[in-house]
Design a protein around this ligand. Structure first.
Ligand code: HEC
Length: 115
């Protein structure tokens, strides 16, 4: 007879591991945001320097597709006439694509009102 206790423990650990990895991405995103992005974008995403857009709000920059935002975060980006550019990888070339993905998840969670 199979050991039901072992099976249910495995199921519990499996669920836990996948929850932990989502939480881990957002946690990593928070570290990246606070370390690299906060100086220009502010703790509430509202922007702390002239030329930095307000990221918060459902119709703001974060309403664009992930692919658009990730490309701009990776390569850098400047709206014509804007006094300041978004630097590639926020100015930290050590940030990986996974880091940028994690920080995007973090920003969506923090700066967009719940549906
Ligand atoms: C040196 C200041 C600075 C830093 C550091 C910085 N940004 Fe930006 N960011 C900007 C500016 C300025 C813009 C607006 C550029 C424009 O529209 O001309 C911008 C725009 C953006 C946008 C909106 C893009 C769009 O499509 O409108 C996102 C998303 C973003 N930044 C994410 C980040 C993330 C994530 C980090 C950290 C990894 C970061 N930024 C670090 C200055 C900065």
């Amino acid at each position: 007879m199979p050991d039901l206790r072992a099976i249910s423990l495995a199921a519990i650990y499996g669920t836990f591991a996948s929850l932990a990895s989502v939480a881990g991405d957002i946690g990593r995103g928070e570290v990246v945001y606070k370390g690299t992005c906060l100086a220009c974008h502010g703790s509430d995403g509202g922007g702390s320097l002239p030329g930095v857009p307000d990221l918060a709000g459902r119709t703001g920059p974060l309403s664009q597709a992930d692919a658009v935002l990730l490309r701009r975060m990776t390569a850098g980006f400047q709206t014509p006439g804007s006094p300041m550019a978004m630097p590639p990888r926020g100015g930290d070339p050590a940030l990986t694509d996974a880091d940028l993905n994690a920080v995007l998840q973090y920003m969506r969670k923090e700066f967009l009102p719940a549906r």
